[in-house]
Design a protein around this ligand. Sequence first.
Ligand code: NAD
Length: 499
Amino acid sequence: MQELTHYIDGARVNGTSGRFADVYNPATGEVQAKVPLANAAELDHAVQIAAKAQPAWAATNPQRRARVMMKFVALLHRDMDKLAEALSREHGKTLPDAAGDVQRGLEVVEYCIGAPELLKGEFTDGAGPGIDMYSMRQPLGVSAGITPFNFPAMIPMWMFAPAIVCGNAFILKPSERDPSVPLMLAELLEEAGLPKGILQVVNGDKDAVDAILDHDVIQSVGFVGSTPIAEYIYGRGCSNGKRVQCFGGAKNHMIIMPDADMDQAADALIGAGYGAAGERCMAISVAVPVGDATADALIEKLKPRIDALKVGPYTAGKDVDYGPVVTAAAKANILKLIESGVEQGADLVVDGRDFSLQGYEDGFFVGPHLFDRVTKDMDIYQKEIFGPVLSVVRAKDYEEALGLAMDHEMGNGTAIYTRDGDAARDFANRVNVGMIGINVPIPVPLAYHTFGGWKKSVFGDLNQHGPDAFRFYTRTKTVTSRWPSGIKEGGEFNFKPMD
Ligand code: NAD
């Protein structure tokens, strides 16, 4: 059995707490490794190393820090296949999807290469008589990040790349479900020239998280994961005086207007609803066709597409649309919610409950499901399922459809499919959700914009990546300076005529 490690002070280091978690291959259901779960002393050790290493890194000029990121990008490309394979083996997603996970992280690293420009301060010449005023962005010191299982490459990079390029040291506490890729990323960043101790990986569970939240030296905490944990981390981190940003769960609605191209809408829903087995915070889990005719047409288009979905292990390469979910517990939770949908009266139009894959009977595969006539009071509507389950909620008109997206407590992403610019524009302006797609099902903003939801999908003020990340990982210091005049006239070197 492989024993994974932490990554401390530039080396893979065994855990000392004596506690471990199992890391599965979700396709086979086998335990393939165990990951150490750090205690507070191990976390403290990493923090002390980070605090010692950080001042010299902060004093390294931004252009040199950016060059480390440049080299890191090249190494990510070099090792793309290796990273994708390690990621798929622990997460279960397909190889192309795993490469996409690395790629969307890499794009934020590319953005961070612009640090010399992004960290440039502000300057006012002559703010008063003889007075200049300037603001600079200084690193916070030691920052920490706690990340979810579903993007084990992308989300760590979204956090540590801006934190580090801003001059901070960073401690990453990745998901204990798929910790191998974060360890590989730390090694690659050091190969790119990052000094030891600036990026460290401390594996663990709640114990390590609580140690992060309570540690005096850690200045900021970033979190991505489920909403209850996001709320907990935000509360405890803020009350300990830290800067905290937490991104939580989702329930993303896609409105389908009667004038939409139904084939396009159905194709979009297949990818956005079932891709990565629905384990994406930007997955579409609720389709809202406007009018019964639209709903009937949509379901007719969806059914054959769902029947054609290929579910299998990542080792089958490109011949698979989606893989298993991450753990047996995740699978059990999804199946329980599906049962509740049936019991509460939703119409299970595509029933994947008896799905089984020959040779992979112990894998955590869940067949695709489609519910029709879902209503607001049902658990499958209110809760995040995080599985390959799409719910259709029929709306009689546009206002009702908009109201559904507005009234749901989650507000990560949403989309509208229509040919009507007026409806699209009205939707984008009025809906209380953070990321909007117009004929785009998964509107994940690119690296140079910011990523973040509204409502219970977020706790904190600033978004991830883009200019907000540079604000989150720096403090502004503003200097007002006046140099008394007269000095330049202080010495008398000129021959002065006598009066
Ligand atoms: P999770 O909340 O179970 O775990 C996230 C992290 O929190 C992990 O590192 C885990 O070790 C830690 N953790 C778990 N329980 C804890 C506890 N009781 N106390 C302290 N720390 C704890 O989430 P997950 O299952 O890994 O990820 C899926 C969730 O993440 C979904 O809800 C999904 O919507 C959300 N997500 C959100 C975004 C976003 O940007 N909004 C992006 C990706 C995933």
